[in-house]
Write a protein that binds this ligand. Structure first.
Ligand code: ASP
Length: 466
């Protein structure tokens, strides 16, 4: 007998079905027991007589006949509420112990580290399962939309050299090159630019980025996912238009209940945003309590540099006076190039930020494609010759015919958190880290074994931070 999914029982009144799934809820009325059986498609009520004792969340197999429920017993809250399955036989495939927290609430009331420790159970709750399914749909939509427009999806290395976006790198020791380390990419920024040099013209990747910076509700610790995108022979206008069309269509298709406040999205200069809203990621919703309003906006005309604030920006350029507002590959406005020598803080950059309901959900820019301008920017941000040497491959690549190019990288987690109105990024990520940097369920990081350290030629001596 073939398995029937819970949701499909609706069309099978009068037929015998084989169901497989989890005991979602159990109501034991003595002789008669009601089981809500849950599988990937939903829930269906099953009714049995004289059933053996069983526990919630056990995995069972049920054979029974689908019956129409009498009018007065129809459950309007259940998709399959018009039917129920009369159990003929029930086999327990896996008995569940007592679960550590309730699974029938939205889960936000439960202590988060406990939810993350048992994430595989936490993901059973309706809200989390729905979030992850919507995430998958959104990513599928993005892929298809971009493929239809001639984009190529290309994976770039995870074990690589530093690709700075202004955060601390994660580093991985090399066994074959003892004493040397790979860095995990803070974004695929350099690779996507190199792919433009290679001639792909339209690239995207659902890319994992790694940044060792302090966590906040809208910033995941450790790793997060971006839709990384780059195009050749485009203007800033082309990048904004394409991104706006992509995200507007995505919302219409995947989140039809949401209303985009203004189309086309408002464009606000960085200066105006600060003056008028006191923020470079203003929340433009008319009513912040309207959970279905999505107020997208573009912030443009950023200064190329800000005054150096961080001591150690980009690994030790402590003497620099200027830090890039976006990153060091962002092009200066063509009318301002001459100011690079005279008054760098006056130079506008071709940066664009995508803002949604008060979150910065993405950033990007038109890139520098002239090696001499890139070298100049390296100088202004205070790179020593040694530091410049780390990016020599970019200057080299730019000697061999580089198209003008630019792109953007909207954060998938952050976009979904904002659209779904979730309080934290962790509500849209399957296995996020805790705020303290421990992975869910497995509690990494762990100590390496003696053998591993020996192979790597590494000795560990931990100095306690005071
Ligand atoms: N690499 C940039 C970031 O991660 C995005 C971009 O400039 O395309 O923010």
């Amino acid at each position: 007998m073939q398995r029937t999914l819970a949701r499909k029982t609706l069309n099978k009144v009068g037929r015998k079905v084989l169901l497989k799934g989890w005991v979602d809820t159990l109501r034991d009325h003595g002789k008669i027991t009601f089981i809500d059986l849950r599988d990937r498609s939903g829930i269906v009520q099953c009714v049995g007589r004289d059933l053996a004792k069983m526990a919630n969340e056990s995995v069972v197999e049920i054979i029974g006949e689908v019956k129409k429920r009498p009018e007065n017993l129809v459950n309007p809250n259940l998709e399959t509420g018009k039917v129920e399955v009369e159990i003929e036989s029930l086999v327990t495939l896996s008995r569940a112990g007592e679960v550590p927290f309730p699974l029938d609430s939205d889960g936000l009331e439960i202590e988060e580290s406990t939810r993350l420790k048992y994430r595989y159970l936490d993901l059973r709750r309706t809200r989390m399962a729905k979030n992850l399914r919507l995430r998958s749909k959104a990513v599928q939509f993005i892929r298809n939309w971009l493929f239809e427009r001639d984009f190529v999806e290309i994976e770039t290395p995870i074990l690589t050299k530093t690709t700075p976006e202004g955060a601390r790198d994660f580093i991985v020791p090399s066994r074959l090159q003892p004493g040397k380390f790979y860095a995990l990419p803070q974004s695929p920024q350099q690779y996507k630019q190199l792919l433009m040099v290679a001639g792909f013209e339209r690239y995207f990747q659902i890319a994992r980025c790694f940044r060792d910076e302090d966590p906040r509700a809208d910033r995941a610790y450790g790793e997060f996912t971006q839709l990384d995108l780059e195009m050749s022979f485009v203007t800033q206008e082309d990048i904004l238009a394409l991104s706006e069309e992509l995200f507007t269509s995505l919302v219409k298709k995947i989140f039809p209940e949401k209303k985009i406040a203004k189309v086309p999205w408002p464009r606000i200069s960085h200066k105006e945003a600060l003056e008028k809203y006191g923020s470079d990621k203003p929340d433009l919703r008319k009513d912040e309590n309207d959970k279905d309003e999505l107020a997208f906006a573009w912030i443009v005309n950023f200064p190329l540099f800000s005054k150096q604030v961080k001591e150690d920006f980009y690994h030790g350029s402590g003497s620099a006076k200027f830090a890039p507002s976006h990153h060091m590959f962002t092009a200066p406005h063509p009318d301002d190039v001459s100011l690079l020598n005279k008054d760098p803080l006056k130079v506008r950059g071709l940066q664009h930020d995508m803002v949604l309901n008060g979150y910065e959900v993405g950033g990007g820019s038109v890139r520098i494609h002239q090696p001499e301008v890139q070298a100049k920017v390296f100088g202004l941000i205070g790179f020593t010759d040694k530091q410049k040497g780390k990016f020599k491959h970019m200057l080299d690549a730019f000697k061999y015919g580089v198209p003008p190019h630019g792109g953007i990288a909207p954060g998938i987690d952050r976009f979904l958190m904002a659209v779904m109105g979730e309080p934290s990024l962790r509500e849209v990520i399957a296995f996020p880290m805790t705020a303290g940097g421990l992975t869910s369920v497995m509690s990494a990081p762990n100590q390496a074994t003696e053998e591993q350290l020996k192979e790597l030629g590494i000795e560990v001596s931990i100095s306690q931070k005071s």
